[in-house]
Design a binder for this molecule. Structure first.
Ligand code: HEM
Length: 500
């Protein structure tokens, strides 16, 4: 036997023996969980829709459950009370992210935000994104851009409606949201060759996948799922795109009044600057950081928002009486003689309830982004070792009968009528954007975009399913990823309804 093969067999054996010995001698109590298999632990239990599989397991083992995914101790949190313990009471301990192959290949070795470990660099970059892009005044500044893009979106559906054509609303919503995000982040897209949508889709699927290489590193070398190959290809293609974008910005003539036009300009203005004004420790942004940050902002914004639109419309098509109520509200607030304006959005309270209910049943990132504990801690009597991966199952939390009563599977926006339920991370029954330090920094922008597109679409058009399909026949299967999308595109028949 070659020494390499010998080591490959010896390593797991030593690991298992160590695990058995430490279980026997360690009297600290881990949370309950299913028994583990050698080497793979509980990886085989996840299936193709891990949020659903983990929900079933939690019903048996509890709201704080312990798994071993390969060699990685993993804690799964499945109730609002438990989520509050991890994301609020002990947030400081769980605010880090585990290292993964996807962050290595797709985020230039954790040089962005979303997959970067907790520390001064992450704090500075997150502040930078909030202060330069995701704050109220910048979001307001880009309102005309959103109006223009949504206008083009409505025009193209209007043309399809006049020609009695069906439209792929998944694709169209994805395109309009991508255009808005790209224009905000790096200005006009001057390059027709850039297919950002497919790159984002690939990134969302790859970074959400349970990659065996992250859990059983010695098997990772064989790339049995083919994910490493895809990540490397993504990284090559995305890098080419980002280099082109940065080159174009560097070559551009100076902006009016030396004011940066977009986020890439802002990042370039900080290039190689020793920036010590933001946090206690100085940091330098280089070209690689810029590329990693742009990836996170694009991936964080595009599929999350378009998937919210997809699932909300899917539920409305399955419940035509609820769609009619949304339209009635729109007719009351906006009337039939003009289009929706962003200023109208705050008056659309029933639409708010519909979006909340959609997030309850279809949280876009059903397992959030994995968190990692930075020290040993005891929670609710259970020992959670340092470097445990923490999965918050928001999909299960949205179906917790103690939080939502027995009708958890029904789409009932009215359940939010009297309760002023917050979705920004303060009410742990509904945390589609996460909570605590790692909470999504794009909540405000994401909600404006989602609400604007839904309001405009439902105000301008009556939407029906094609080929006489009955509402409850609509396929609601999902594809798991960082953003869990519809398994099939959402196709609708639009009819223009405004008198304008
Ligand atoms: C409706 C749309 C959106 C949804 C549903 C959403 C959801 C989420 C969720 C669940 C997380 C992980 C939270 C956690 O791990 O605890 C997250 C993180 C993040 N989101 Fe969003 N998001 C949306 C829009 C946006 C937008 C518009 C941007 C930026 C332009 C953005 C940028 C980010 C970033 C950078 C992170 C990582 C934060 C960190 O690790 O510190 N998101 N988002």
């Amino acid at each position: 036997m070659s020494p390499l093969l010998f080591l490959a067999f010896l390593w797991p054996l030593i690991y298992i023996l160590r695990a058995i010995i430490s279980r026997l001698t360690d009297d600290r109590k881990l949370p309950p969980g299913p028994p583990c298999l050698p080497i793979i632990g509980n990886l085989h239990l996840l299936g193709s829709l891990p949020h659903r599989a983990l929900h079933q397991l939690a019903k048996k083992h509890g709201q704080i459950m312990s798994l071993r995914l390969g060699y990685v101790p993993t804690i799964v949190v499945s109730s609002p009370q438990a989520a509050e313990l991890f994301l609020k009471t002990h947030d400081a301990v769980f605010a880090s992210r585990p290292k993964s192959q996807s962050s290595l290949y797709m985020s230039y070795g954790t040089k962005g935000i979303a997959f970067t470990e907790y520390g001064p660099y992450w704090r500075n970059v997150k502040k930078l994104c909030i202060s330069h892009v995701l704050n109220s005044s910048t979001i307001e500044y880009f309102e005309p851009l959103r109006r223009e893009e949504v206008g083009l979106f409505v025009d193209s559906i209007k043309k399809a409606a006049a020609a009695h054509e069906v439209v792929d609303i998944s694709k169209m919503a994805g395109n309009v949201i991508q255009s808005m995000a790209c224009r905000m982040l790096f200005g006009e897209n001057k390059d027709d060759e850039i297919d950002m949508k497919s790159l984002v889709k690939e990134a969302v699927l790859l970074s959400g996948a349970f990659n065996i290489a992250d859990y059983v590193p010695f098997i990772g070398a064989f790339d049995l799922q083919g994910l490493t190959k895809r990540m490397k290809a993504f990284s090559r293609n995305m890098d080419k795109v980002l280099e082109r974008i940065i080159d174009e910005h560097e070559q551009d003539v100076p902006r009016q009044n030396n004011q940066p036009n977009d986020f890439v300009d802002v990042l370039l203005s900080l290039l190689n600057d020793c920036n010590d004004s933001l946090d206690e420790k100085a940091f330098v942004i280089d070209r690689t950081n810029i590329k990693a940050i742009i990836i996170d902002m694009i991936v964080g914004s595009v599929d999350t928002s378009s998937t919210t639109v997809e699932w909300t419309l899917s539920e409305l098509l399955r419940h035509p009486h609820i769609m009619k109520r949304v339209q009635k509200e729109l007719d009351g607030v906006v009337g039939m003689h003009r289009m929706v304006d962003e200023k109208d959005l705050s008056s659309l309270t029933y639409l708010d309830m519909v979006i909340k209910e959609s997030y309850r049943l279809h949280p876009i990132a059903p397992l959030l982004v994995p968190h990692e504990s930075m020290e040993d801690i005891t929670i609710d009597g259970y020992y959670i070792p340092k470097k445990s991966r923490v999965i918050i199952n928001t999909w299960a939390i949205g179906r917790d009968p103690n939080a939502w009563s027995d009708s958890v599977e029904l789409f009932l926006p009215e359940r939010f009528k009297d309760a002023n339920t917050d979705i920004q991370g303060h009410d742990f029954r509904l945390i589609p954007f996460g909570s605590g330090r790692r909470r999504c920094p794009g909540i405000q922008l994401g909600l404006i975009v989602v609400k604007l597109i839904l309001a405009q679409l439902l105000h301008c058009f009556d939407l029906e399913l094609p080929n006489g399909m009955l509402p409850l026949e609509l396929d609601m299967r999902e594809i798991f990823g960082l953003a869990t999308q519809r398994g099939t595109p959402l196709i609708v028949v639009p009819t223009y309804r405004l008198r304008y």
